[in-house]
Design a binder for this molecule. Structure first.
Ligand code: SF4
Length: 214
């Protein structure tokens, strides 16, 4: 086994599934939409090149994690294996434990976005546009940061998170899906995106109407 051979130890898979790039478009026939999540523009995401969380300048789609965590949904630990190894995406094929150069090159290539999976002009696309207009991550992040600094934005932020929850639940009910099945189209709920800033936002998971102290 050469140093560049994947040892299938699962270390990278436990840290999170890969972002998808344009060269992965053909793989979408093997990946159900419910296994994807959109990270929206403005979301804090770990940038391995800088070693820290950075707000995303552009949205991306990635393979989602299990049960609210980031461990790749296709990873199994006993034994360690990838259930779609033959069809694993570019970032997975590029990652070498001994040399991160190739993965950094792969990360610079154009990503898949929601425009690649939803035709503009369709009802679903209009819902995505509306959701983005009403509940932009950058605005939620701004309010959350001001709140952390003691500004009186609690009501505005609470209202925005609650309204987003209702938007999502109404849409999921209408199409007979679970919210998590729609993460490829609408990303994760705002309360979940804001969790790294304050664990108090988790209260919206059980009560979309939670308005106090948040
Ligand atoms: S797709 Fe497979 S190789 Fe890639 S992170 Fe997931 S489990 Fe690991």
């Amino acid at each position: 086994m050469s140093l560049n051979t994947c040892r299938r130890c699962g270390t990278c898979c436990r840290k999170g599934g890969p972002a998808l790039h344009q060269t992965d478009l053909g793989l979408l026939e093997h990946i159900p939409m419910s296994d994807l999540v959109c990270l929206r523009r403005g979301e804090p995401a770990f940038d391995p090149r800088k070693g820290c969380l950075e707000p995303l300048e552009h949205e991306l789609l990635k393979i989602r994690g299990k049960e609210g965590g980031w461990e790749c949904v296709y990873f199994s630990s006993q034994p360690t294996e990838c259930s779609m190894y033959e069809h694993r995406p570019l970032e997975c094929r590029s990652l070498s434990c001994s040399d991160t150069g190739e993965i950094f090159v792969a990360m610079e290539t154009p990503v898949i976005t929601r425009r690649d999976i939803v035709p503009p002009g369709t009802a679903l696309w209009e819902c995505i546009v509306e959701h983005e207009k009403l509940f932009p991550v950058s605005e939620a992040m701004r309010l959350a940061s001001e709140r952390a600094e003691g500004a009186r934005v609690t009501q505005d932020l609470g209202r925005m998170i609650s309204r987003e929850q209702h938007f999502r639940h109404a849409l999921a009910d209408k199409v007979g899906a679970r919210d998590t099945d729609l993460w490829a189209y609408f990303g994760r709920p705002l309360w979940m995106v804001l969790l790294p800033l304050d664990s108090a936002f988790a209260r919206y998971e059980v009560s979309p109407n939670f308005m106090s102290n948040c």
